[in-house]
Design a protein around this ligand. Structure first.
Ligand code: FES
Length: 369
């Protein structure tokens, strides 16, 4: 379980400094938590991916509607230009948008799987991001055509009998269809949605409607009303021997993973929408084959981040080692492969996914770029 790290950093659910008491509790729990996580959860289940030989189908869709769902959050409804039926999907699935700039970005489907004519996604504008979310907000307008691949599902919903859903901010997008499915199946479920403020949290009305028959199932917890919740307090709501589904900011997911071992639940499923933290990172070098330029990669940065500064057009999407978009070819050097995408044959042929993969300390990889 090499991505479960000792408790050395003090983030709250949103990455802000924590109180000493919280740290003391986490430190006391950490060894036990790691042991139980290794035994009882599936945090490292590889995202499902198509076989390497399967070529993704690129489909052109049209923006049928664009709505402001919350502060800095817009939703898009995408439909086939001729009104044709769309491929089916299950809760937890995502699509990949091919934006006009050439950027590719993955977004969870947050509509109704029973609606076979429209996909809905929701996107929060990231102020200091890489430009993908800003492009969705600013450049995609009603009636515009956009290429899409998918749906694919890297966060499948197993419909356990009792479930706690934890969503942070825009992390509600994959969770909303799951909660709907849980309600439809008559499961024992509960959902907690956290965020900065009510104004920043999308789909409150849909959640309220979902919980109309049983209001206690849904808790909306804006920080400006309740203060940021402690991870342990959230997990105290988990059902005995039930499942926890979590999607939100990286500090929330990391906190839930650390604290999960002391909860009553027996399975943890989560999805990141940001790269995982680099674990056991060691400095190494990249050499660009075309120019001979050497780029040092520090221990705390990904090879993709460093490459992207030198080659701004290098494509990427998930930054988690499962979509394959960032693939480069290595002409020389030993790669420490950390992805869940490439086959042994592809690796042997020199393929590397620099968003997650690295090289041993001090070594150099010569890239065919
Ligand atoms: S960006 Fe998806 S595998 Fe690297």
């Amino acid at each position: 379980m090499n991505t479960i790290t000792p408790v050395t950093r003090p983030p709250d659910l949103y990455g802000r400094p924590r109180s000493d008491s919280f740290m003391q509790k986490l430190a006391a729990l950490s060894d036990h938590a790691v042991t139980r996580l290794a035994r009882r959860t599936t945090p490292h289940t590889p995202p499902r991916r198509p076989p390497a030989t399967e070529m993704p189908v690129i489909r052109e869709l049209v923006v049928a509607a664009k709505h402001q769902e919350a502060e800095d959050v817009v939703s898009l409804r995408l439909a086939a230009p001729d009104g044709a039926i769309l491929p089916p999907w299950q809760p937890g699935a995502h699509i990949e948008l091919h934006l006009p700039s050439g950027r590719k970005r993955q977004y969870s489907l947050c509509g109704d799987p029973a609606d076979r004519y429209r996909y809905r996604i929701a996107v929060r504008r990231i102020a200091n991001g890489q430009g993908g979310s800003a492009e969705v907000h600013d450049a995609l307008t009603d009636s515009m055509r956009v290429a899409v691949t998918g749906p694919r599902n890297a966060f499948p919903f197993a419909a356990e009998a009792s479930i706690l859903f934890i969503a942070g901010g825009i992390g509600i997008t994959p969770i909303l269809p799951m909660a709907r499915e849980a309600a439809r199946r008559g499961l024992d479920w509960r959902l907690v949605h956290t965020g900065r403020s009510r104004a920043s949290m999308p789909f409150a009305a849909e959640l309220a409607e979902l919980a109309a028959a049983a209001p206690s199932r849904v808790s909306i917890r804006p920080d400006d009303e309740f203060s940021a919740p402690e991870t342990a307090d959230l997990l105290n709501l988990s059902p005995a021997e039930g499942a926890v589904y979590c999607c939100g900011p990286a500090p929330m997911i990391d906190g839930v993973r650390r604290a999960f071992g002391d909860s009553r639940a027996s399975a943890l499923h989560f999805e990141r929408f940001a790269p995982p933290p680099i674990t056991d990172g060691r400095p190494f070098e990249l050499q660009l084959g075309g120019t001979g330029r050497v780029l040092p990669v520090p221990h705390d940065r990904s090879a993709l981040d460093v490459l992207h500064e030198a080659l701004p057009d290098l494509p990427f999407s998930c930054r988690q080692g499962f979509c394959g978009t960032c693939q480069v070819r290595v002409a020389q050097g030993h790669v420490d492969h950390r992805d869940r995408r490439l086959t042994a044959t592809e690796r042997a042929a020199g393929a590397m996914l620099p968003c997650v993969s690295r090289a041993p300390e001090g070594q150099r990889l010569v890239l065919e770029v």
